[in-house]
Design a protein around this ligand. Structure first.
Ligand code: NI
Length: 383
């Protein structure tokens, strides 16, 4: 099997691409320059770009010599509203914007995979579509790509997230749930304002809020099966503006994370029951507003072997991936077609979204190598 060892110039080129992306990060849905760069680099390599009418994001496709299924590789391309503090020579030139989640790395590595797959297209028993997806950080990009038709005819999808606490050359593989579902809720409590010294003539929304803060925790401890994993966090509570007035309203906001889509489906109704029940027992009214963000990243078991096997054949280490409570909009694709998402070791000093987040250049070679061969192997073993 030809490996990247023979192609150090490609690795150097990909490192340059990643640094150029890192210097010019763009926020979600504003990845215009990033899109232009990806298109340019793919076109220079003679890779076909499919037109889905996307303003941001790119879809490329490599057609093999044999007919077979179409599978997809996915990279996310957006950055975050963070002021960079890495001190790197190629630090962000865009004030207050930074590739602090390593999506520049994902993009460069998948461009590498596209280039190598194009070179090795005679070995492909089908097609490989490569999705350079915008707006992962705001959980809109995957939905947008799917609506545009980028998933049409795709039988399975593969992707990665860099993992700073894994060494370069180590790939985290896990069947089933890898990343949590992410949802947001708001609760608005309406009571009856009045004099703080005469509470009997008011309906105090702060007392309702206080009861709700405790009661909502009993959903996880008392209403959900202990085989489910879930977290309900209230992250904002606002009410009142002075010491001698009972306010009319109280507001709370927070997030729910789960590792089972079944648990995710149960929680909104349980919360609604608790919110409305406690409010009404106090004579108040309360509304729960639910904002669905991302389902669980759930890896299809049929690809576990090839995901770990590809790493080992290439001389890398495949380890059991530790799940993360963070979310990933790759999960949307997995609600439409089977998919597999892995951790790619990058040996960084800081966690995702930290202003000093960075990663090791050497990881680009590993990721490029891995996804090139994973695509070939998946198509070879397709049943
Ligand atoms: Ni990320």
């Amino acid at each position: 099997m030809k490996s990247l060892e023979e192609s150090t110039t490609l690795v150097e080129k990909l490192i340059t691409y990643r640094r150029e992306l890192h210097e010019h990060p763009e926020l979600s849905m504003k990845e215009y320059e990033t899109t232009r760069r990806i298109r340019k680099w793919l076109e220079e390599a003679g890779i076909t770009i499919l037109d889905y009418g996307l303003e941001v994001g790119v879809v490329a496709e490599i057609t093999g010599s044999d007919t077979g299924p179409t599978i997809a590789l996915r990279a996310d391309i957006d950055a975050l509203p963070i002021q960079e503090e890495t001190g790197l020579a190629f630090s962000s030139k865009n004030e207050g914007i930074m590739h602090a989640c390593g999506h520049d790395f994902h993009t460069a590595a998948m461009i590498g995979a596209a280039i190598l797959l194009q070179e090795r297209r005679d070995e492909l028993k089908g097609k490989v579509r490569i999705l350079f997806q915008p707006a992962e950080e705001i959980a809109q990009g995957a939905v947008l790509m799917e609506k545009a038709g980028a998933l049409n005819e795709v039988a399975a999808i593969f992707g990665m997230h860099n993992k700073p606490d894994l060494p370069v050359g180590t790939i985290g593989v896990r069947e089933g749930a890898l990343m949590a579902s992410v949802d947001r809720f708001e609760i608005e409590i309406t009571g009856l304002g009045g004099h703080a010294g005469i509470p009997n003539n008011t309906i105090d929304p702060i007392v309702v809020a206080g009861q709700l803060i405790s009661a909502l925790q009993t959903i996880v401890s008392r209403n959900l099966s202990s085989f489910y994993h879930a977290v309900i966090s209230i992250t904002q509570v606002h009410a009142g503006n002075t010491w001698n007035v009972i306010p009319e309203k109280a507001f709370m906001e927070g997030t729910v994370r789960t590792f089972q889509n079944e648990a995710r489906q149960l929680i909104p109704d349980l919360m609604k029951r608790t919110v409305e029940g406690i409010a009404s027992s106090n004579g108040a009214k309360a509304e729960l507003r639910w904002h669905s963000y991302m389902p669980v990243v759930h890896n299809a078991g049929r690809f576990s072997k090839v995901a770990a096997g590809t790493a080992r054949i290439l001389g890398y280490e495949a380890v059991e991936a530790e799940p993360s409570q963070a979310g990933e909009d790759f999960a949307f694709y997995q609600t439409k077609i089977p998919g597999f998402f892995v951790w790619m070791g990058v040996d960084g000093p800081k966690e995702w979204h930290h202003p000093a987040f960075t990663l090791k250049d050497e990881a680009i070679k590993v990721a490029t190598d891995y996804f090139t061969n994973l695509a070939i192997n998946v198509l070879n073993q397709w049943e």
